[in-house]
Design a protein around this ligand. Structure first.
Ligand code: TYM
Length: 329
């Protein structure tokens, strides 16, 4: 089987963007690939975190993976910090990554503008740790939203550079980006992506929002005064709602436009809200069940960390040998 790797940060509450852009596709790809889904807690500390909150969010995130429909007995769900190989490979890859490449990363530029009081080296080398995540498992495919494409390109460049020097060590990974939902925009400002860190709670739908909240947020979504439901650049708010509806129902944007031909924005927004509820409600119910099952989750965490560690170590040993570290006796 081919290998799939992906991860999410345990920072903030997951949004509908995380779900439609990534998690939903993860579930769909489970059967086809051998999958590793990491809770990337090491990436999270590039911005300051309260320890107790981070720990709680990491566990919640792992449970959300399961609640979304990923079978933890068949797929490897684990915490990045439980597998030391991520940090070890990241160090080696740091030595094969140029400052200029990292300087070009738009996410670094955005984040350092936002956290001007804490532009730490970890924030700068964040994409190298991400490359290590992916390359450790020799991943063939990496399902992500559009905002991670630049990091994935860098991962490929680093892997190719390393292979160019030492022979075929790393599999060169491909991004997997869904047809719809790869870039869900803010409900309050459709020129910006929906983000966990948005201060305006109406801008994002959170995975744990109750049905009434979801519907209210959709009804309040910023649109335009065109009065027609069309899928086009001039109507970014409506286009975003079409993307959401289409990702939640499996209909194409063209079908959605036909379905709502002649209808008003109010009806459409309600339908969008209902479609979101219909995908999030089952996830929320399963999450509530999982919360009653502490021992089960603990076992999953332990077993999967061991499994991930085993696979990661195989690649790590190979890389250490290639670069010339002395062999262990
Ligand atoms: P993170 O935690 O910011 O986001 C997790 C996933 O959600 C996608 N996403 C979106 N998709 C559509 N619309 C949106 N508005 C939206 N917002 C977020 C992201 O593209 C991502 O797929 N650096 C990564 C985590 C990471 C990783 C990795 C991913 C670390 N190592 C290795 C893949 C492979 C991140 O911060 O994602």
């Amino acid at each position: 089987k081919k290998v799939l790797f992906s991860g999410m940060q345990a920072t903030g509450n997951l949004t509908l963007g995380n779900y439609l852009g990534a998690l939903k596709n993860w579930v769909g790809l489970c059967d086809e690939y051998e999958c590793f889904y990491s809770v990337v807690d090491m990436h999270s500390i590039t911005v300051r975190q309260d320890p107790a909150t981070l720990r709680k969010r990491a566990r919640t995130l792992l449970m959300i993976y399961i609640a979304a429909g990923i079978d933890p007995e068949k797929n490897c769900l684990y915490y990045q910090s439980h597998v030391s190989g991520h940090a070890e490979l990241a160090w080696i890859l740091n030595c094969f990554t140029y400052m200029g490449e990292l300087n070009r990363m738009t996410q670094f530029k955005d984040k350092s503008a936002k956290h001007a009081d804490n532009i730490n080296a970890g924030l700068f080398t964040y994409p190298v740790l991400m490359a290590a995540d992916i390359l450790l498992y020799q991943a063939d495919v990496v399902p992500v939203g559009i905002d991670q494409m630049q990091h994935l390109e860098l991962t490929r460049d680093i892997a190719q550079r390393f292979n160019g020097i030492y022979g075929d060590v790393f599999t060169i990974p491909e991004a997997y980006v869904g047809k719809v939902g790869a870039k869900i925009m803010s409900l309050q400002d459709p020129s910006r992506k929906m983000s966990k860190s948005d201060e305006n709670p109406n801008a994002s739908i959170y995975l744990m929002d109750d049905p009434d909240t979801i519907i209210r947020k959709c009804k309040r979504a910023v649109t335009d005064s065109e009065g027609q439901i069309l899928y086009r650049e001039e109507q970014p708010g409506i286009r975003n709602l079409i993307d959401i509806y289409s990702a939640c129902t499996g209909k194409t944007p063209e079908e959605v436009v036909k379905e709502f031909d002649g209808k008003g924005y109010g009806d459409f927004k309600l339908a969008v809200g209902e479609s979101v509820v219909s995908v999030l409600k089952p996830l929320q119910d399963r999450f509530a069940d999982l919360e009653k099952n502490k021992d089960y989750i603990d076992r999953i965490i332990k077993e999967n960390a061991e499994k991930a560690g085993y696979v990661a170590n195989k690649t790590l040993r190979k890389v250490q040998k290639k670069v010339g570290f002395p062999e262990r006796i």
